[in-house]
Every structure is written in structure tokens, then in C-alpha cells.
Design a protein around this ligand. Structure first.
Ligand SMILES: [Cu+2]
Length: 148
């Protein structure tokens, strides 16, 4: 024998609202209590940086070229495990250092150079290409790592 229950619309809405409240509460409690998965995801940062070249001419017709890290500024959080992948698009090679982090490596054309470190020092640190760090090539090839 099947019995048919007839629910009024207001009862259905009430149950729906109660269900939504329980769901939101459960989600809130789980996000407050389980800090491991959320912080594990936030504790890493990975960036891809292209090494590119721009060319230009002065009004007098003199040609010049500059190399850039693109993006030129990288923002990470203090304590994050950071991976920077440098992709060599233009220029044969760019030996670089990251000030304050004792990091030294070289980006080569057509290759990817990855550096990994823990962002354990706060501040703004220059990423300097030591082959193009002079103002003689119009703009020195310098990027910035900002650790907040
Ligand atoms: Cu360079």
C-alpha cells in the first residue's frame, strides 16, 4: 500500500532553507577546522616568466634593443614554496641572480630554467641579468620579486 504525502509549498521552502543553512554551516566548519588542504594549496606558487626582447630606434635612427623579464614583477607570500620557470625566447643566454636569496642560474634561448626556493625573507628583491645589467643598453634587464 503506497501512501501519498502532499506537502504544502511553504513546507517545501522551509525544508529547502533548512537544508541550505545546514550545508553552509557544514562548509564553514570544515573550512575553519581543516587548515591542512587549504594552506597546502596556498603555500606554493608557480610562475612562468618569458625572457623577451624589444627593439627600437632613436629619432636619429640609431637602433637599440632591450631584454625584459615578462612579467617583470612577481608577487608571492612569505613562507610560500616558490617555483619560477624562466623561458628563453630571445637572446642567446641570460645569466641571472636573485638578490637576497642566493640564487644564480642561466636562461638559454629555447630552454626553460626552473628555480625553486622558500620565500623566507620579506621584501623586494631584484632579479638581475648580469649580462644586461648596465644602462648602456638603454634599460637594464631587471625584474622584481616581492615577498609580502
Ligand atoms: Cu639578459
Amino acid at each position: 500500500m503506497a501512501r501519498v504525502f502532499v506537502l504544502r509549498r511553504s513546507t517545501l521552502i522551509l525544508f529547502g532553507a533548512l537544508f541550505a543553512v545546514v550545508l553552509i554551516a557544514a562548509f564553514y566548519i570544515s573550512s575553519v577546522n581543516s587548515d591542512t588542504p587549504a594552506s597546502a594549496a596556498a603555500s606554493t606558487a608557480e610562475y612562468h616568466i618569458a625572457v623577451i626582447e624589444f627593439e627600437g630606434k632613436t629619432k636619429q635612427g640609431q637602433e637599440y634593443e632591450i631584454y625584459r623579464f615578462d612579467p617583470g614583477t612577481i608577487y608571492v607570500q612569505h613562507g610560500q614554496q616558490v617555483t619560477l620557470n624562466f623561458h628563453g625566447v630571445h637572446g642567446a643566454q641570460h645569466p641571472f641572480i636573485i638578490e637576497g636569496y642566493n640564487i644564480q642560474d642561466t636562461v638559454k634561448k629555447g630552454e626553460t630554467t626552473s628555480v625553486q626556493f622558500t620565500a623566507d625573507r620579506k621584501g623586494t628583491f631584484r632579479i638581475i641579468c648580469i649580462a644586461h645589467d648596465e644602462h648602456t643598453s638603454h634599460v637594464p634587464m631587471i625584474g622584481y620579486l616581492v615577498v609580502n
